[in-house]
Design a protein around this ligand. Structure first.
Ligand code: GLU
Length: 416
C-alpha cells in the first residue's frame, strides 16, 4: 500500500468547547489515536493546530476576545504552551514524539529561510515525529500574518509536498447550500475545478461548515485553502472534525483507489457508492492538479504563497504574454504601464494585466507575483523606458530587469 504525507488542520472548534471553552479532551484523544495509527502504518503526519488564543482566554478567565493586539498576543503565548502541553501529554501515552513549529510570514520572507523551515519539517518527518504547526500569534502583526490557519495549513502542505490535506470542520462535506437552513442542499463529493463550483458560502456569521464562536475560518477560507493546496498538487479533503477516525477510513479508501486511474466521473461514482454501501464517511475531495499542470517548483510556490505583496505593477497583455510564453522573458521597464503602492527593492508585488497599454487601470486583473529589483519610486521613474536608459535616469542600473524571470510566478491556471 502506498504511503502518504498528510497534513491535518484542526480548528479551534475541534479542540475547544464552544460553551465552556475547555479543551475537548475526548475529541483530542480520538485525534491523537487516529494520527498515531496513521503514523504507525507508515504515513508522515503534520498537524496544523489552532486553539492558542481560545485556550489562553480560558486560562485567564476571559470570555470575550480582546480587541487590543498586544492582549491577544499575550493570550496566545499563554495558550500555546498549554495547547502543546496537552498534545504532548496525549501523544506521550502512545509513545509518539511531537514537535512545535511556530511560524509567521516574516520567517519565510527569504527563500533560504523558507527552504530551512521546509528542511526542518522534513527532518522531523524522517525521524517519525509529528510536527505541530501554528501561527506565531505572539509575535505576528497584521502585515506578517498568514491570517487564518486554513491558509497556513495549505501553505504548510505545499511546503512539505504533502499528498493530502485534511481540513477538519463542523460539517461532513461541502454542500451546494447551507444544509442547516436548506434541506435541498446536496453534498459535493469530488471537485476537480474550484472555479466551477457553484456553492453559497457567504452567509455572514455562519458560512457552510464554519463560523463557530471559537474558530476564525468558515467554508470560504477552506475553499481558498483548497485552491492554494490543489494548485501545488495536494488533494484537499474536508471532513467532520468531531469524528476524526473518518481520516483512517478515507485514507484506506484512497489507498484502495490509488493507481486505478479513474476519471473524475468514475471517482465520484465510486466514492458515492462507497458512502452509500460501505459506509465511507461523507467528505469532499478537491483533487490536486495533475503533475504536468501543478506548481512544481518550490521557488514559484514561495513567490505566490509565502510572500505578502506590497504593491502592484500594471502591465499590458503583450508583456504578460512574453512573461508566460514557453521561453519566458524577464520583466523589463518597457513593459510597465503603471506602479501602485509603495515598496522597496526585493519586495514582492502583484502583477496586474490590462488588455492594451492605454486601457483604463480599473480594468487591471491580478495575475501573478514578482520580486522586484527596484523600488516603487525608481520604477515610476523608469517605467516605459528601454533598459539601457535606466542608468541615465537613476544614476545606476543594478539590473536590466524590473524582475528576473526566476522571480516571476503565475498560478497554474493563468500560466500558458
Ligand atoms: N492561530 C490562532 C490560534 O492558535 C488561530 C487562527 C485560526 O484558527 O485560523 O488561536
Amino acid at each position: 500500500m502506498k504511503k502518504y504525507t498528510i497534513v491535518v488542520k484542526l480548528g479551534t472548534s475541534s479542540l475547544v468547547d464552544e460553551v465552556t471553552r475547555e479543551p475537548r479532551l475526548a475529541n483530542m484523544s480520538l485525534i491523537v489515536e487516529t494520527l498515531v495509527k496513521l503514523r504507525r502504518s507508515g504515513h508522515k503526519i503534520v498537524i496544523v493546530s489552532s486553539g492558542a488564543i481560545a485556550i489562553g482566554m480560558k486560562r485567564v478567565g476571559l470570555s470575550v476576545k480582546p480587541s487590543k493586539l498586544s492582549e491577544v498576543q499575550a493570550l496566545a503565548s499563554i495558550g500555546q504552551g498549554q495547547l502543546i502541553g496537552l498534545f504532548d501529554d496525549l501523544f506521550r501515552q502512545l509513545n509518539q514524539i511531537i514537535a512545535q513549529i511556530l511560524i509567521t510570514r516574516n520567517d519565510i520572507m527569504d527563500f533560504t529561510q523558507y527552504k530551512n523551515a521546509t528542511n526542518t519539517i522534513h527532518e522531523l518527518l524522517e525521524m517519525g515525529v509529528i510536527p505541530i504547526v501554528n501561527e506565531n500569534d505572539t509575535l505576528s502583526v497584521a502585515e506578517i500574518k498568514f491570517g487564518d490557519n486554513d491558509t497556513l495549513s495549505a501553505i504548510t502542505a505545499g511546503m512539505v509536498h504533502a499528498d493530502y490535506l485534511f481540513l477538519m470542520t463542523d460539517v461532513e462535506c461541502l454542500y451546494t447550500d447551507n444544509p442547516r437552513s436548506n434541506p435541498d442542499a446536496k453534498p459535493i463529493l469530488v471537485v476537480d475545478d474550484i472555479d466551477e463550483l457553484s456553492v453559497k458560502t457567504d452567509t455572514e456569521s455562519a458560512p457552510i461548515g464554519g463560523g463557530s464562536k471559537v474558530g476564525t475560518g468558515g467554508m470560504t477560507t477552506k475553499l481558498i485553502a483548497a485552491e492554494l493546496a490543489t494548485n501545488a498538487g495536494v488533494t484537499t479533503i474536508i471532513t467532520l472534525s468531531s469524528k476524526p477516525q473518518c481520516i483512517l477510513e478515507i485514507v484506506a479508501n484512497i489507498q484502495h483507489q490509488d493507481g486505478k486511474n479513474l476519471s473524475i466521473a468514475q471517482q465520484h461514482e465510486t466514492i458515492l457508492d462507497d458512502v452509500n454501501k460501505n459506509k465511507l464517511p461523507l467528505h469532499t475531495r478537491f483533487l490536486g492538479l495533475p503533475r504536468d499542470s501543478q506548481i512544481k517548483s518550490d521557488k514559484k510556490f514561495w513567490l505566490l504563497h509565502g510572500l505578502k505583496t506590497k504593491g502592484s505593477l500594471i502591465i499590458d497583455q503583450g508583456c504578460y504574454d512574453a512573461l508566460t510564453r514557453k521561453n519566458r522573458a524577464g520583466l523589463l521597464p518597457a513593459g510597465i504601464v503603471e506602479v501602485e503602492g509603495t515598496f522597496h527593492e526585493s519586495e514582492c508585488v502583484e502583477l496586474k494585466v490590462i488588455p492594451k497599454r492605454d486601457s483604463p487601470i480599473t480594468e487591471a486583473v491580478a495575475k501573478g507575483h514578482c520580486r522586484v529589483n527596484y523600488s516603487s519610486t525608481e520604477i515610476s521613474l523608469i517605467k516605459g523606458l528601454k533598459s539601457n536608459e535606466i542608468e541615465n535616469k537613476l544614476g545606476f542600473a543594478d539590473s536590466e530587469y524590473i524582475a528576473h524571470r526566476d522571480n516571476i510566478a503565475f498560478p497554474p491556471k493563468v500560466t500558458i
